[in-house]
Design a protein. Sequence first.
Lengths: 275, 295, 391
Amino acid sequence: MSVKRILILTAEIVMLVLVFLIIVGPMMSLFIWSIAHRWYWPNTLPQEVGLEYWKQALGLHTSLAIGAISIVPAFLLSLLIAVVVVIISMLIAIPAGYALAKYRIPFGAFIMFLFLMPNAFPQQPIFVNLLHIFTRWGLAGTIQGVILVHILVGLVFGVWITSATFRSIPSYLEEAAHSVGAGSLYTFFHITLPLAAPGLLASSVFVFITSLDEFTGTFFIGLPFVNTLPMTLYSSSGYNMQFASVIAIILLIPSILFMTLIQKVLKAEYVGGMG
Amino acid sequence: MGQVAVQAKQVVRREVSLPPYLLLLLPALTFMLLMYGYPFFSSITRSFINSQGQFSFENYQKTVDLYLKDIGFTFVVTVFSTAVSAGLAILLAVYLRLRQSSISRVLGGLYRVPIFIPFVVVAQMMTTFLAPHGLLNLTLAKVGMVDIKNPLQLFNFYGLTFGFVWKMIPFSVLIIHGGFQMIDNSYIEAARSCGAGLMRVITRVLIPMNRPSILVALVLVYSQIVGTFTLPYMLIGGKIPTTITVDIAHRINYFRDFGVANTLGVFSYLLVLATAVYYLKSSVKKVTGSQASER
Amino acid sequence: MSPKRFILVCLFVLGVIGLLVVGGQEEVNAAPAPIKLVYMTAGDVNMLALGQNVLGPAFSKKYPGVSLMTVHTGPGDAGSRLIFEKISAEAESKKATWDVDVAMVHQMFMKWAEGKDLLLPYAKELSTWKYVTSPFAKSSLGVSVEGYVMPMFHSQTALAYNPDFVKDPPKNYADLVEWVKQNPRKFGYNGIKGGMSGVAFSVGWVYWKTGKNEKYAVTGPFDKAEAATWEQAFKDLGEFNKNVTITGGNVGTLDALNRGEIWMGPVWVDMFFTFMNEGKLDPKTRMILPEPGMPGQPMYFVIFKKAAHAKEAKRFVEFVTSPETQAKEIVMRFNWYPGIDGSHLKGAIPPETFNKIYKDVTPADLAKKGRPFPLGEYFSAMLESYEKWVK
């Protein structure tokens, strides 16, 4: 191997180790706390470890520190809501993103910004107002209300990312298809969509994660009847590190699964479309 | 055949005429206006109403008196974190785009992990990790890099930036790399065959062609950081200065003072408006620019 | 998979999920045969556990046909505020009955609810009303609440310290100032943002510097001019802050104690014991209540005016404030101070528990140095003055 290749390889390995440490380092605290029974200064590691908090979290042992009954149903509910939110959001975001990318729309800039607003304006004051409105409409404390809120905060990822994705696709490709007689819909599904696949994937993953992790709005609108996992997390957050860590780890799983699943499906689509 | 040709011409010229985009845009637009419009305007008007219920600038006066430093702090943290995140994200995305080795594949999977961790969890992790006697300091002390009696103080601007960057880089890389992946290899090869070195390929081909994604990442990261509550709350909390979000929570929780809370919100909104306007201006230019260059 | 297939699959999945969601919603909305009492509690997460795992089952055993649904709204005043927002929204919407029946809230809630006609005056109807004689049951931050609240438990702030490093803990605020100069960065509190323990400490500071705690917390009246006299007190606090660590909140202070980063800091006594029982605080940590005192507050049960199940709600509150439940659950299980007068529990609490809870902060200490928080307007004025003068 040439010197250059060795240098590049070493640099790569160093970078890998560094990235690994930076990413895994903070997570180590999480893992350690999830199995800590007793941990205080001056020990670097817990004095006593075990799976007691996991058992309490999963409802296998009754707990004095947390309402363990909430966690598994809350987890399933969060999952359900996230899937519905992704489907609805992407269904309305993809056409919107396409329109904003391909056409010069009057007030287009303003419209783009409209979607950004739920993220730009701090959520608490807005959600208090929303609570009053939803109560009047009978949506407070319902799953439907929570789904609407999740779409509200997730739509920005849907619209902005798909719009940028579509914008990056050179229009001459679509025009070429039209010039050989392809209809708009056919072009969209067989040329544009496969090309846009990576961006659309990113977009839907973010909407999913946003919904799964959404807390403030769900908290305001969902109480007292709708209980999602982030709310259980907030309940114990900071106060009971062990539970917070267990719940956090539980929250990781569906997100990662969703991402790998969508990637597999869209990869097949991508390859198929180009064929 | 003639029908199709006519239709094709209409599709091409449709940039200027009305209906098709309206239908595409309508569901999303109506949703936002319905759900967000009223609460949003209600918030803005509340910022102009004082405790007696009259129109006044009192809230703005009070906010400037008490919280100007915090607003400045929020702005600096956000800009700095966004810049660092974007810079490192571009580098990482370029690396992943240009290099196909087993190491890059591992990195490709590894960097994504923080995306799946909600901010409230990140806040906790960072609190225990960055604490004066937290995992980082203890580990560094064990290898002798830090004296445990004088540990690294990270519950401040630096720790906050680290937390934000930790969470936002994977998000940015996912978007930016997604954009890079859509750049066909032929462009890169063409540039290489013209004699362009690595830096040139990056700055003249990859980044310009991917501007939409990069700008989107910038604006989304920026606005997410401005709106984050849990991380500054747990890491910095009552310190002076702190972020706008912590102050809003304080005003609401202890005073039920929606006047000042909404005023602070307006300031935060203005902070985002500035960058978003910049993005939208340059992306509009990009659309017209690229169309011109593609003819 | 062709694009058409993909869309069809998506729509199918959507349909199935939609059905599940609607179906699930039916289940949630359908009136269950047993009565479901909705109980929202602010406070820390063990409130949730207490409600779900302890009080709920015990209550259902006593009154079959009623089940308790406990919902936790979060720690601190933020949790109480959420309950308030929820109830205001319901009142505004003019619903016939409200979603929430009974709640457990902080004192601040009573200030927000004043004059808004949201609560039921239920307390005097309970058989346990006679056990409650402390002024806290009649007045909350200056708002008259007699008949509207029953205290569930009482909490007090004190300074927790590590006896290995703090050999002679300061007995009053003045000594504390000296100690902090000798031991920079080893005292921690959260300022006034993010947690009531820091707020309590700051309020105690003002009580000390002005000596006017009777006026500010009990008699009043509110005099705007008083705030101007606090300038020097707060500037001194700013000086004091230069030698301390500012933590993130109630938990931040306890965590910092846990990690040995600070040796002393203000804590809530109930959180102190809970952390210790959960293995997050070294068992040798002690507490001291400095002169002239630090604030404490009870948490109140309130029943809402248009509660769907007011009768069951009253039974529930009566149940929790009964001497048996107070002794067994509040004092013995959680090591909190009871909401009803301690004298009614004598004999029900074993001496070991009694000694454990009252070891550092004795009943005499509580009587003498456990102060109420200031009256509403003084409270707001103090918080704002902190922000103004402490830079």
